[in-house]
Write a protein that binds this ligand. Structure first.
Ligand SMILES: Cc1cc2nc3c(=O)[nH]c(=O)nc-3n(C[C@H](O)[C@H](O)[C@H](O)COP(=O)(O)O)c2cc1C
Length: 372
């Protein structure tokens, strides 16, 4: 079923959590993720494909991992909970669309709030905490815990999604291994690889392995900080996916030596690294003084993580050049405008992915394409 652009009264352009619609022009409005509702509610209330929109062409030839794309614009792992969300954002001018991280078994989402607006300027991870905000001002703390449907559900959904996506769009499936009591690193790697293999069998054009989640305390959330372990996981995934491009999602780092070590370990098996999976900081209620999320850190996403992500992109691009590696870099973090896209591309990223800005304003891809 398709969402036909229709005439409805234009609402205010406020981005408060209660409003359902986002305007695309004077009289057409688009649905978006509802942050005051659960992950399950948003999963089942997925929007229809939009038709009848003018999607501006982006000049130039764009390729990623040897595959052609219509633009360098992608959606990061997160906003696209299932195939309907994937197809919706593909219809809004995004060309590398990432299916939110899936697992080898079902996993519940963390309780609300999953998206807590925060009031902060740029963060770099040294902050003691950041205060909550009562409305979305560009940045939020993300707390989902990487929920997943049963493999039977997501595998079928990925297959149907790829069949329905037009040419020029790449379907990227994000996977994560699920740590179990008694698991060795090899067991965890095999679990990552199983999900990656299933994703490829279902038609994924590229696979993204998430080696960083600031919101889970198990070792699958921190692998990017252990080069040898990360290299092993990547190598075992590679054995299962043939020559399908493999992207590794990494978390925040500022250490050139750590970046070099990680790239050296990953490069035999991977085609690209995507960064950054937010900057982890604690979140405090400024009125009560209490910390949210039991005092654990959460990933701060949106404009607050842009400077840190850009710096990290530069670190990785420089190291790739120095080491003469064939690894592409995907820029992620705080992208809201064509200028931000160009900042990442000028830094040496091949393409970019958006999460927060695209959730707040589904029109952002169209607006960026107009100015690119
Ligand atoms: C709602 C939401 C859910 C996310 N879920 C995932 C996830 O499942 N896997 C992952 O690798 N990153 C996840 N992320 C992180 C994003 O992929 C991205 O790295 C981060 O949000 C920074 O980009 P942004 O500033 O454009 O939001 C999520 C982010 C958001 C906002």
């Amino acid at each position: 079923m398709e969402f036909q652009a229709r005439s409805v009264p234009k609402p205010s352009r406020s981005i408060d959590s209660a409003s359902v619609w986002q305007s695309i022009n004077e009289d057409v409005m688009l649905p978006r993720y509802q942050i005051d509702k659960t992950y399950d509610w948003n999963y089942t209330h997925s929007p229809d494909v939009v038709t009848g929109l003018d999607i501006p062409q982006v000049k130039g030839e764009w390729t990623f991992c040897g595959k052609r794309l219509d633009s360098p614009l992608g959606i990061a792992a997160g906003p696209l909970l299932n195939g309907r969300w994937v197809r919706y954002y593909a219809s809004l001018g995004f060309d590398l669309v990432t299916y939110k991280t899936v697992r080898s078994r079902a996993r519940e989402c963390y309780p609300l709030p999953n998206l807590q607006p925060v009031l902060t300027g740029p963060v770099n991870g040294t902050e003691t905490n950041v205060p909550t905000a009562s409305e979305m001002l560009g940045s939020w703390a993300v707390s989902f815990g990487m929920p997943s449907r049963e493999p039977d559900v997501w595998r079928k959904d990925v297959e149907e999604t790829r069949e329905q996506l037009p040419k020029g769009k790449l379907l990227n499936v994000s996977v994560v291994g699920t740590d179990q009591p008694g698991f060795t690193l090899e067991d965890l790697a095999a679990d990552y690889a199983l999900c990656a293999k299933w994703a490829v069998e279902s038609g994924a054009d590229t696979v993204e392995a998430n080696l960083s989640c600031p919101n889970v305390s198990t070792c699958d959330g921190q692998l990017y900080q252990q080069p040898e372990a990360a290299g092993l996981v990547a190598a075992i995934i590679r054995e299962q996916i043939g020559d399908t491009p493999l992207i590794i999602k990494v978390g925040h780092t500022t250490e050139p030596a750590a970046v070099e070590a990680l790239l050296k370990a990953l490069s035999p098996a991977v085609n690209a690294c995507a960064m950054t999976n937010s900057v982890a900081v604690r979140v405090r209620n400024p009125e009560s003084g209490e910390e949210l999320f039991d005092g654990e850190k959460r990933g701060i996403c949106g404009s607050a993580c842009r400077d840190a992500s850009l710096l990290q992109t530069q670190l990785f691009v420089d190291a790739v050049k120095r080491l003469n590696l064939a690894v592409e870099i995907v820029g992620v973090g705080g992208i809201e405008t064509a200028q931000h896209v160009n900042d990442y591309l000028n830094q040496g990223a091949s393409i970019v992915q958006l999460a927060t800005a695209a959730m707040v304003d589904p029109e952002v891809g169209v607006n960026i394409r107009r100015s690119l």
